[in-house]
Write a protein that binds this ligand. Structure first.
Ligand SMILES: [Fe+2]
Ligand SMILES: [Fe+2]
Length: 252
């Protein structure tokens, strides 16, 4: 439980929200967080659909299609939590319109709308599965909102599998496409991947931590991601691109 959090892990049930036994602001923050999570899963699924259709390697296509089915399931799970609270997918997405255009959503947006081929598939996995695994594993698994914590548990196992694919696909891509091509793709995607954690020290995240809906601030998770990725890149002889210090991060 995050220090000073008002609610410990899994302390709030759907009935507490429906019966208004938690303060209205908790509900507001919860709905916004679930809406963002649902949209991220949906755009990730869309990206896997795009890239599955554009890779020729049958093994890669099979994996992209498997991930597509699983991401669809994740999206349905989180939209289901919203539906349980009386929020339709359509109205959740309407509430996320500004977020969808934000720097924190550039990775899922680009994956869903433009990613192509093997490198697009690979970069989508690095930018969305590896980051998603950290967000869900660190922040949502211990959510004070019990249904979100339970959904996180279900999602986590498949995300670990997606991340394993991403790690091995990264090695294969260096062999097949060369370090230069993979390095260039990384320089394009890495800032988007880090920004996916969101801005540090925002009022919204402060509220999430206070209510036990998140455990750690975005920059802490982003730091964890960068150190894991650096280790992964160094193992296959790739250099970690250098990023600007402040959010939204850019390549230096
Ligand atoms: Fe997912
Ligand atoms: Fe995933």
């Amino acid at each position: 439980m995050a220090r000073g959090a008002q609610f410990g892990p899994r302390r709030v049930a759907a009935e507490d929200v429906l019966g208004r036994r938690v303060e209205p602001h908790y509900i507001k923050v919860l709905l916004r967080l679930l809406g963002a999570h649902a949209l991220a899963e949906k755009l990730t699924a869309e990206g896997y659909r795009r890239t599955a259709a554009s890779v020729s390697d049958p093994d890669l296509r099979r994996i992209a299609e498997k991930n597509l089915a699983e991401e669809r399931k994740h999206a349905a799970l989180i939209y289901g939590l919203l539906a349980e609270l009386g929020v339709s997918e359509q109205s959740a997405d309407r509430a996320s319109i500004v977020l969808r255009r934000a720097p924190s959503f550039q990775a899922p947006r680009y994956f869903a709308e433009h990613a192509q081929g093997e490198l697009g598939l690979l970069m989508g996995s690095v930018s969305l599965d590896m980051t998603g695994l950290i967000m869900i594993g660190v922040n949502y698994r211990d959510s004070s909102y019990a249904p979100h914590a339970r959904a996180a548990e279900l999602i986590l196992e498949e995300e670990a599998d997606h991340d394993e694919f991403g790690a091995s696909a990264l090695r294969d891509a260096v062999e097949r496409l060369g370090a230069d091509a993979v390095g260039a793709a990384l320089r394009q995607w890495l800032p988007w991947a880090v920004n996916f954690f969101g801005p540090p020290g925002s009022g919204f995240t402060f509220d999430c931590i206070r209510y036990g809906l998140k455990q750690k601030d975005n920059d802490e998770l982003a730091g964890l991601f960068l150190s894991m990725l650096e280790r992964r890149l160094n193992l296959i002889g790739l250099e970690m691109p250098r990023l600007s210090q402040t959010y939204p991060h850019t390549i230096l």
